[in-house]
Design a protein. Structure first.
Length: 376
């Protein structure tokens, strides 16, 4: 969810702020331009527009439900090199007409949004008496990846998207008016995608709400010796309890992801697709025993993210660095030809259940194509 704060929805030139420096924030003009280029779906690498219910026009952030926002800000900054966050404690009083599954409920949570760094997150901590989808997530699954924010639209575009959602039988799990300039919606896609798809509706150019608390981290946190270079969000990983057919259909229906291919690494079978800013890996739990526990709830679960491609010479140092930070290597996956490897690090203790994957490859572009990683 995009919370109250220094949201500057403007045309260029941009200034540093909530969405980071150099136009990394979600400008209304940028979102509109990208969507017009792509139509109402996502654009594949061959230029074909695939119609999805929800347009994808940027990888704005991933939402993570955490135990403690302040502790997690430090941990995520250390691992991913995030230098600045905007922190707020929020309740239903901060919003207009806040609804959870169409009904008023108590809202009590902390939110920290990363505004600088190669990968953007929103960390959300459900507080006592909270009745939001965050509290539901903690009750059902504990902590981890909970929502996907890839979509910003204006009022006119949202009218079309809203009608498409209704036609597809998709409602809203949580929504509210943030101010007279911004609304947000979590689509009720948790059971089919493993997370809620977030839509931000831009209604005007003015800032939304008052200033949040700015939390900065310096080089002593974000530039630890030996930390691998994090490139950005290459891919999100989803584990399915059963066959991935339903999840594949859902990602196609909701986001227009198409052109799926199968990748086999060390016995683990995955289905992968990438189009523009979004790339997804679907992993069947039956072939991935180390991930099977994440799918115990029955539906798909967002479990891991791919954030870097490194040279083979850096592999040993990377493994040692993550281990020293409390993220041990739990899998090293390779295809039959051994042309690349995927390292998966366990984030259950440090990153509230978000596992990190690093690709090891001499041919970075070739590995990105074969693994169908996002264009970043």
């Amino acid at each position: 969810m995009v919370v109250l704060g220094s949201i500057r929805l403007c045309d260029r030139p941009c200034s540093p702020g909530r969405w980071g420096p150099s136009c990394r924030k979600p400008c209304a003009s940028e979102a509109r331009t990208k969507q017009r280029q792509r139509g109402t779906g996502t654009m594949s690498m061959d230029g074909k527009v695939n119609e999805g219910v929800i347009p994808v026009n940027g990888a704005f952030h991933l939402g993570v439900v955490v135990r403690n926002c302040r502790a997690s800000m430090a941990a995520f900054s250390r691992i991913f090199g995030i230098s600045r966050w905007e922190f707020q404690t929020l309740s239903e009083a901060n919003f207009i007409d806040p609804l959870v599954y169409g009904e008023p409920r108590r809202q009590r949570f902390n939110s920290a949004v990363a505004v600088a760094g190669p990968v953007r997150f929103e960390l959300v901590q459900s507080l006592e008496d909270d009745q939001t989808v965050y509290a539901d997530f903690v009750s059902e699954r504990g902590y981890g990846l909970q929502h996907l924010f890839y979509t910003i639209v204006d009022v006119e575009e949202f009218a079309r998207v809203n009608q498409s959602l209704q036609n597809a039988g998709i409602g809203y799990a949580q929504n509210a008016v943030i101010s007279d300039t911004v609304d947000y919606y979590y689509c009720d896609t948790f059971r089919v995608l493993g997370g809620n798809a977030e839509i931000l509706v831009v209604k005007g150019p003015n800032p939304a709400g008052g200033p949040p608390e700015i939390v900065d981290f310096g080089p002593e946190v974000i530039a630890l010796p030996g930390r691998p270079v994090i490139d950005g969000l290459y891919r999100i990983g989803v584990v399915t309890a059963g066959p991935a057919d339903e999840a594949q259909l859902a990602y196609h229906k909701v986001f227009g992801l198409d052109g799926w291919s199968e990748v086999v690494m060390s016995g683990r079978r995955s289905r992968v697709a990438a189009q523009g800013a979004m790339a997804v890996e679907l992993v069947e739990a039956e072939g991935a025993p180390l991930l099977a526990e994440r799918a115990k709830s029955g539906g798909p679960s967002l479990t891991h993210i791919t954030v870097a491609i490194i040279d083979p010479q850096a592999e040993a140092e990377t493994v040692a660095w993550f281990a020293a930070q409390g993220l041990p290597l739990v899998e090293r996956l390779t295809p039959s030809d051994g042309s690349y490897a995927v390292l998966r690090f366990d984030g259950s203790q440090v990153l509230d259940g978000v596992d990190v994957e690093i690709v090891v490859a001499l041919d970075k572009a070739g590995a990105a194509r074969r693994l169908q990683l996002a264009q970043i």
